[in-house]
Design a protein around this ligand. Structure first.
Ligand SMILES: Cc1cc2nc3c(=O)[nH]c(=O)nc-3n(C[C@H](O)[C@H](O)[C@H](O)COP(=O)(O)OP(=O)(O)OC[C@H]3O[C@@H](n4cnc5c(N)ncnc54)[C@H](O)[C@@H]3O)c2cc1C
Length: 465
C-alpha cells in the first residue's frame, strides 16, 4: 500500500533502500557502495535466496573476458539482435541494446570483483543465441550464485535486515518515495526513511491472483519460482503512477519432472531428444524454446508428457546439478530399446516405434517435420535411451515496471518518478508480451545488469543532491 508521507518523520533514515536481496538487489547494493553511497537491503525471508537461488545460474553476456579467452567473437549488436529476434521485435529495441552493452562488463565484474567462478558454457547453444555467450557456475546452480553474493554482504559490510518484509511505501503526491514500512513476522512495525528506492523484489509469479489476471494460460501450472515474489513492485508502482508493460510475459519451462519436480537440462532435446504425449505421439517443435514449450506440454492429456533422449544429451546433462538430482531421485530412467521405454512408461509400443520412424525419416531428409523442427545436423537417438515424465511450469514473470537506461521507473507519460529505480523481475524485461520471447538467460541478465545500473544511478542521484 502507498501511505502518505505528509507529516511523517523517520527515526532511521538511509540514503538508499533496496527491497529484495536476490541477485538484483545484492548487485545494486554492492554497486551503490562502490559508488560511495550506503544502502540497506530489506529482505522478506530470513535468509536471502529468491528465485536467484532456484536458478541454473546461466548468465548471457557479450564481449566478456571469458569469451575472448575461448576465442568466441561476439558483439553488442549481435546480442541485441538475438534478444530482439527471439521476442519477434516486440520488446524494446533500445533496452535490448543498452542491456547488451552493459552485459559484458557486468559478467566480468561478477567474476573479478564479486568472485563468482563463472565459465563460458560450450558444447551446445541455447535456443536463439547465435554464439556461445552463456556463462555458468561450476554446478550450474543458483545456490552457488547466491552463496557467493551473500558472502559479499558480509565481506563488504552491506547493511541487511532479514526477515524484513516491506508492506508499504511512504510517498508524496509527486510519487517521491520518502520511506518504507516493514512488518516483521511477529507483527512489529518499523518505518525507515530513504532518499532513493530500488525495487528488486522480482515479479508476481507467486501471486496466483495476478497470474490469473495477466497469464491465465499458466494459472493451473506448477509455479517453480520463489513463492515470496508477490508482485509488490508492480502493485506499488501502479499506485505511484508508474508505467507497466508486457504483464502477460513470462518464462515457462517444458521439462520439469513429474512428480519429482527436478529440472531437465534443455540440451537433451536440442541434441536430438523428443517429447511425446502419453499416446507416444510428438505434438510440437520441441526445440524452439523451453519457455513456449511449457503451454504445449500442459495442453497434453493429464498435463504431462514423456521426454526421451540418449547418451549424448545425458553426458552434457551430467554437468548440471538439477540433472544429477533427477537421476538420484529416479525421475530419469534408462532403457535399452524403444519397446523397453514403452513398457516402462506405459506408452503403446507401436505408436512410439512409429514416432521414432517418423523422426528418422526427417533426419534422413526423406520427410518434412510436421511441426517444423529442423533436424539438420542432428543424429538419430541411439540406445541406451533416457526418459522422464515431465510437465510444464511457470518459472518467473517478465513484465513489470517500465524503466529507462538508468533503471529509473517511468510514468505513463514517459516522465520519471522522482527517486524510484527497478531491476530484475520487478522491471519489464526483454521477452516481449508473451511466453515465446524469452531468450535463455533473460532473467539473470536483467537482474544483474539492471541491479548494477540501479545501484550506480541511485548513488549518482544522491550525490547530485
Ligand atoms: C528454476 C528456475 C531456473 C532459472 N534459471 C535461470 C537461469 O539459468 N538463467 C537466468 O537468466 N534466469 C533463470 N531463472 C530466472 C531467474 O532466477 C530470475 O529472473 C532472477 O533470479 C530474478 O532475480 P531478482 O533479484 O529480480 O529476484 P529474486 O532472486 O527472486 O529476488 C527477489 C527477492 O525479493 C524478496 N522480496 C519480495 N517481496 C519482498 C518484499 N515485499 N519485501 C522484502 N523482500 C521482498 C524475495 O524474498 C526475494 O529474495 C530461473 C528461474 C527459475 C525459477
Amino acid at each position: 500500500m502507498i501511505l502518505s508521507s505528509q507529516d511523517k518523520s523517520f527515526d532511521l533514515s538511509v540514503p538508499i533502500i533496496v527491497i529484495g536481496a536476490g541477485a538484483c538487489g545484492i548487485c545494486a547494493a554492492l554497486t551503490a557502495k562502490e559508488n560511495g553511497v550506503e544502502s540497506i537491503l530489506l529482505e522478506r525471508d530470513e535468509t536471502p535466496s529468491g528465485s536467484s537461488a532456484l536458478s541454473t545460474c546461466l548468465i548471457p553476456a557479450a564481449g566478456t573476458k571469458l569469451q575472448r579467452e575461448e576465442g568466441v567473437e561476439d558483439s553488442i549488436d549481435q546480442f541485441a539482435a538475438d534478444l530482439i529476434a527471439k521476442a519477434k521485435e516486440q520488446n524494446d529495441p533500445e533496452m535490448a541494446r543498452w542491456v547488451a552493452e552493459a552485459s559484458g562488463s557486468t559478467v566480468d565484474w561478477l567474476v573479478e570483483t564479486v568472485g563468482l567462478p563463472l565459465t563460458l558454457v560450450k558444447g551446445f547453444k541455447y535456443p536463439g543465441h547465435s554464439v556461445f555467450r552463456m556463462h555458468g557456475s561450476p554446478n550450474r546452480t543458483g545456490s552457488e550464485l547466491m552463496g557467493v553474493l551473500t558472502d559479499t554482504i558480509a565481506r563488504e559490510n552491506l547493511d541487511i535486515a532479514a526477515p524484513a518484509p516491506v508492506t508499504d511505501l511512504f510517498a508524496d503526491e509527486s510519487g517521491h518515495v520518502h520511506g518504507v514500512r516493514i512488518t516483521r513476522p511477529d507483527g512489529a512495525i518499523e518505518d525507515i526513511g530513504c532518499q532513493a528506492l530500488i525495487l528488486a523484489c522480482n515479479g508476481y509469479g507467486g501471486n496466483l491472483e495476478m497470474v490469473e489476471q495477466h497469464i491465465p494460460e499458466m494459472a493451473d501450472a506448477l509455479y517453480f519460482g520463489h513463492v515470496g515474489n508477490q508482485g509488490d513492485a508492480v502493485l506499488w508502482g501502479e499506485a505511484l503512477g508508474a508505467a507497466t508493460a508486457d504483464l502477460g510475459s513470462y518464462q515457462g519451462h517444458g521439462a520439469v519432472t513429474h512428480p519429482h519436480g527436478t529440472l531437465i537440462f534443455w540440451g537433451v532435446l536440442t541434441e536430438g531428444g523428443i517429447q511425446v504425449n502419453l499416446e507416444g505421439n510428438r505434438f510440437s517443435n520441441e526445440v524452439r524454446g523451453y519457455s513456449e514449450q511449457a503451454v504445449d506440454v500442459i495442453n497434453q492429456p493429464d498435463h504431462v508428457v514423456w521426454e526421451i533422449w540418449d547418451h549424448g544429451g545425458h553426458e552434457l546433462g551430467l554437468a548440471f546439478q538439477d540433472y544429477r538430482e533427477g537421476l538420484e531421485v529416479g525421475a530419469i530412467r534408462e532403457a535399452r530399446t524403444i519397446d523397453e521405454v514403452a513398457e516402462k512408461s506405459g506408452m503403446p509400443p507401436a505408436a512410439l516405434t512409429s514416432t521414432f520412424e517418423s523422426v528418422e525419416a526427417c533426419i534422413r531428409g526423406e520427410a518434412e517435420d510436421a511441426w517444423g523442427r529442423n533436424w539438420q545436423g542432428v543424429e538419430l537417438l541411439q540406445p541406451p535411451y533416457y526418459f522422464a515424465k515431465v510437465t510444464g511450469a511457470l518459472f518467473h514473470t517478465q513484465g513489470g515496471l517500465v524503466v529507462n537506461e538508468h533503471a529509473r521507473v517511468l510514468r505513463e507519460d514517459g516522465t520519471l518518478l522522482p527517486n524510484v529505480f527497478a531491476g530484475g523481475g520487478a522491471a519489464r524485461g526483454l521477452s516481449g508480451p508473451s511466453r515465446w520471447g524469452y531468450l535463455s538467460g533473460n532473467g539473470l541478465l536483467t537482474a544483474t545488469v539492471l541491479g548494477r545500473i540501479a545501484g550506480r544511478e541511485a548513488a549518482k542521484l544522491i550525490a547530485a543532491k
